[in-house]
Design a protein around this ligand. Structure first.
Ligand SMILES: [Zn+2]
Ligand SMILES: [Zn+2]
Length: 297
């Protein structure tokens, strides 16, 4: 109705920020009949800003199909690639990201300070040991690295991107995107704990996620599994639900699904979160992140 009225008045509504999930799985790709609903590819998101700029988050196996989708537009690409960290499941798709083989592609890598090193390594160590026939220097795309977030928040065409350290073995970065239309927070490979690293305790993440329209958070485990998994750098649904409530987020998407978790089990985790919110009287919308789905913020 609002959109209709704005149209009538000749005014242009503020475009939304669009977030598309190309990979939602954690640790290793898990294709098959058990993962058709939530998807089997590892971490890769496409954020399209209100200005139309493409920002890719991570180059897990989902980045292959994103590459095809970007190339299908038939235009030179000038995109950002924000790296949370360089664990294998977040870089494994990069050699299959089609745009890197085109000289008309420009990629600015930011996020984790080791991001560019990890992407280079995927090619070079495998080239050197004879298990992959292409080295990083053979790529046709122009790929550069900028020191975000060391130099402060990143500003891309009016979209502000702030970063926060993750509680994860070997470190990592989470991101908060803010536009006039809303705020989106992405925290994966993150273990919520009261006393984490400096700047990465539960209260730090609650402040970082404060009033977000959408929070996408690592939810690899159920609470009963945590005894054996403390220190692995991933969260359970009870901790994630508590964060969503304390940060007063509107919408929560469970992410980084365990590769052994079948679709019905992810759905059961979503239901358990709903019960927690209902019991607390919290108005948080929740679902499991689904490969191929798009959310507007
Ligand atoms: Zn991961
Ligand atoms: Zn990781």
């Amino acid at each position: 109705m609002v959109q209709f009225l704005l149209k009538l008045l000749g005014a242009r509504a503020q475009p939304d920020m669009k977030i598309t999930f190309w990979g939602t799985r954690g640790s290793i790709a898990a294709p098959g009949t058990d993962t058709l609903i939530y998807g089997g590819n590892t971490t890769c998101l496409e954020v399209t800003t209100a200005s139309g700029r493409t920002i890719v988050i991570d180059a897990g196996s989902g980045v292959r199909q994103l590459g095809d989708s970007l190339l299908a537009k038939g235009e030179p690409l000038d995109i950002y690639l924000l790296m949370t960290h360089i664990h294998w499941d977040h870089v494994m798709g990069f050699p299959f990201f089609g745009p890197i083989f085109h000289s008309t592609t420009r990629i600015t890598v930011a996020g984790s300070s080791r991001g560019i090193e990890g992407l280079r390594h995927v090619f070079n160590n495998k080239y050197m040991d004879g298990t992959w026939p292409i080295s990083f220097k053979d790529l046709k795309a122009h790929i550069e690295h900028i020191d975000h977030p060391i130099q402060g928040p990143l500003e891309i065409d009016g979209t502000e991107i702030r970063s926060n350290r993750l509680q994860h073995p070997q470190g990592g970065m989470g991101f908060r995107f803010t536009e006039r239309s809303g705020a989106f927070v992405f925290l994966t490979d993150n273990e919520l704990m009261e006393k984490g690293w400096v700047g990465a305790s539960f209260k730090d993440f609650a402040a970082f996620s404060r009033d977000a329209d959408l929070l996408v958070h690592d939810c690899q485990y159920v609470p009963e599994e945590m005894d054996m998994r403390h220190g692995w750098g991933h969260s359970d649904l009870a901790a994630v639900a508590r964060l969503a409530m304390e940060a007063n987020v509107k919408r929560l998407m469970l992410f980084h699904h365990d590769p052994w978790r079948k679709d019905d089990q992810v759905t059961a985790m979503v239901e358990r979160c709903k019960e927690i919110f209902d019991k607390a009287g919290a108005a948080v919308e929740v679902d499991g992140a689904r490969e191929g789905s798009t959310i507007c913020v």
